[in-house]
Design a protein around this ligand. Structure first.
Ligand code: ATR
Length: 289
């Protein structure tokens, strides 16, 4: 995995637990790669015949011109969080996990994105939410908010409201959705009616003294059935605590981290990820016990 910074990443522990259960002779490592070195680092991994890579902040957008082929999941969001290295064998490109370390041939970097599907899966598994027809208030219009909004739009949510500190970013995101998915009802600002989900994609809540990501005088939490916070450390953000007290069903972002990682392991290995072992390793790493 390449990121910058990367020190506190929980992905190595989660992925190595999955790798062990699948009995693969692999190791998952976290490397701090400065943005200006990203191209060299990807080319180096390709030359060394790595099976694949994960990319995290700030590399997901930067990597787009650096991969040789796009899966639809990466093309649709314009961001890459998973690379699978593949070798040309005859007329086909085969994952390096299938050709073995001694084979020689042209290698390409195939870009995927597993973040968006992970959002939908986490909302379904952790909060029992079917996105189709749901009414969603999205807090934040940064990188994570954009992927979430586009995933909600492609999942045919019933209505979407976007609130962001910098209003122009919320407007730009709403305009992009209107243009790409005209059948989705999208607005900027707070809803006037109740919603099925409030989804926090802002970074507010990471620190104890952060302000709230939502103006509860404009939209009280009890008017949402569910609240999902993409933050997973701390386990209970102030938003989730208040939402719990208000009677909402709540979940933090651990599920998103788990499902994006599980999907990446499946892309590299071609096998079903051992989700229970990965989840347990992740939970222990994040929260101890
Ligand atoms: P990420 O890739 O994690 O989404 P990002 O693109 O920097 O990171 O987005 C951070 C989000 O948190 C944005 O919605 C940001 O609001 P702005 O677009 O107005 O910057 C929001 N955010 C961060 N700090 C904030 C603060 N102090 N108050 C309100 N919103 C904040």
């Amino acid at each position: 995995m390449f990121g910058h910074p990367i020190k506190h990443s929980a992905s190595p522990v989660m992925q190595n637990a999955g790798i062990e259960l699948l009995k693969l002779d692999w190791r998952y490592l976290a490397c701090d790669v400065a943005p200006e070195q990203l191209k060299s680092a990807i080319d180096g991994a390709k030359a060394m015949k790595f099976v694949g890579l994960n990319l995290t902040v700030p590399h997901k957008l930067l990597a787009v011109p650096m991969v040789d082929a796009f899966d639809e999941s990466a093309a649709i969001w314009g961001a890459v969080n998973t690379i699978r290295f593949e070798m040309r064998v005859g007329g086909d490109w085969k994952p390096l996990s299938q050709v073995g370390p001694d084979c020689e041939g042209e290698v390409r970097a195939h870009g995927f994105n597993t973040d968006a599907d992970a959002i939908a899966r986490a909302l379904h598994e952790d909060l029992g939410l079917e996105l189709e027809g749901s009414r969603v208030l999205l807090l934040g219009a940064g990188g994570a908010g954009r992927v979430a909004a586009l995933k909600l739009a492609t999942s045919n949510v019933g209505a979407l409201w976007i609130v962001n500190r910098t209003q122009e970013k919320a407007e730009a995101l709403a305009a992009e959705i209107r243009q790409r998915y005209p059948s989705v009802t999208v607005s900027e600002g707070y809803p006037t009616d109740d919603v099925d989900l409030i989804l926090n994609s802002t970074s507010l809540g990471l620190r104890e003294d952060d302000a709230s990501p939502i103006d509860e005088t404009k939209f009280p939490l009890k008017r949402s059935k569910r609240v999902y916070d993409m933050i997973y450390r701390p386990a209970m953000t102030p938003l989730l605590k208040r939402a719990h007290s208000a009677g909402c069903r709540t979940a933090n972002g651990m599920g998103m981290l788990l499902y994006q990682g599980a999907k990446a392991l499946e892309i590299w290995s071609g096998q079903t990820a051992p989700i229970t072992a990965m989840k347990e390793a992740l939970r222990k790493n994040l929260y101890g016990g």
